[in-house]
Design a protein around this ligand. Structure first.
Ligand code: FAQ
Length: 311
């Protein structure tokens, strides 16, 4: 970057403006965005698996249609995000290769199994809830295409969160066995949901620079606190117990106090050793291989159309 280009970039960021694909940008900024957007895209498509697991077993036609639509939405978010990464010069095929080779990450949350129907509802409530908390600020991120992609993604995630909460409400108002199933899902998904926000601030190597560049607007711990503040009263409303003996409202702070997630477990899952890491990557690689003919057919069709257009 020339000094003038760096000054122009700094001015846009300082002024809370948007950096666009053709603007000059520091190489580190571009790399950080490709890393984060790719991880985000990978999370969306791997995130189809835990809930997709229940499409054939949904308890009613209505629930099945809703779940189908939700899982398709996640695929759409993945496509949006891969496109956003491409505006930075990344190649979608390379990003997928890096995912399949285990070189790029996706969110730890999707390495936990969905053992019951209540788990799919808990994912809507908690996982989409956490995703919105993290992504609404990203719609003000300094990189234009990523920020704009978040507008629609967040609208859809909000709908997902509400359907999950409504599904939990239906379960807690059902039979005792259904209520227990809902409690069990909360017990298993609460702590992994808190881990979605990333490591604690003092162990988050990327945060300071990403905040300075206007990519992140809040720190990992700030967003985790906001999530707990919003979600704890929702659990009360459902009549469910959050599995954290330290959770209590702190009048002085105006926030809930809460316990510490098991960061050793988090690191194990990040490094590939969670309950479903192998199974998720294996299913993803298989889907990619089995979809090869679709990509070839789409490319052949596009080539023919452009040949016809030229003729
Ligand atoms: N899982 O220095 P930081 C969804 C990595 S929502 C795995 O704090 P950063 C919707 C991190 O990448 C889920 N890895 O990093 C949905 C970094 O690794 P690296 C996806 C994690 O980037 C709902 C290292 O640890 N949402 O899919 C995790 O500043 C329902 C150090 O961490 C997004 O991706 C984790 N939980 O902050 C779909 C949102 N946390 O590359 C289906 C966009 C951290 O340096 C169903 N991403 N790491 O080796 C972000 O906002 C940020 O990337 C953070 C992490 C906040 C996740």
């Amino acid at each position: 970057l020339t000094a003038a280009e760096q000054a122009a970039f700094d001015a846009v960021v300082a002024d809370d403006g948007r950096i666009e694909p053709r603007d000059a940008m520091p190489e580190g900024y571009r790399r950080t965005l490709v890393r984060q957007i790719a991880q985000h895209a990978h999370s969306e498509i791997i995130g189809m698996q835990p809930e997709g697991n229940w499409i054939t077993r949904a308890p009613s036609l209505r629930r099945k249609a809703i779940l189908y639509a939700k899982v398709q939405d996640e695929a759409g978010h993945g496509l949006y995000l891969y496109s956003a990464a491409e505006t930075l010069g990344a190649d979608r095929a390379d990003l997928l290769d890096a995912l399949h080779a285990g070189k790029q990450k996706y969110s730890t949350i999707f390495n936990y199994p969905t053992l019951t129907w209540a788990d799919t509802m808990a994912i809507g409530w908690l996982v989409d809830g956490a995703a919105i908390m993290n992504q609404v600020p990203l719609s003000r991120c300094s990189y234009g295409p990523y920020a704009r992609a978040m507008t629609r993604v967040c609208k859809e995630e909000s709908f997902h969160q509400r359907q999950g909460f409504e599904g939990m409400l239906t379960l807690v108002r059902g039979t005792e066995a259904q209520r227990r199933m809902a409690q069990d899902a909360l017990d298993r998904f609460w702590w992994p949901s808190l881990m979605m926000f990333g490591p604690p601030d003092d162990a988050s190597p990327n945060s300071a620079q990403s905040m300075a560049w206007g990519i992140k607007r809040f720190s990992n711990d700030e967003l985790r606190q906001k999530f707990v503040d919003v979600t704890a009263p929702q659990a009360d409303f459902l009549g469910l117990r959050v599995p954290d003996p330290e959770l209590r409202w702190n009048d002085e702070r105006g926030h809930y106090d809460f316990g510490t997630p098991d960061w050793d477990e988090f690191m194990r899952v990040v490094k590939g050793d969670g309950p479903c890491n192998r199974q998720r990557l294996e299913a993803r690689r298989r889907a990619h291989d089995e979809g090869a003919w679709v990509r070839e057919a789409a490319a052949a069709h596009a080539a023919r159309r452009s040949a016809v257009a030229r003729a």
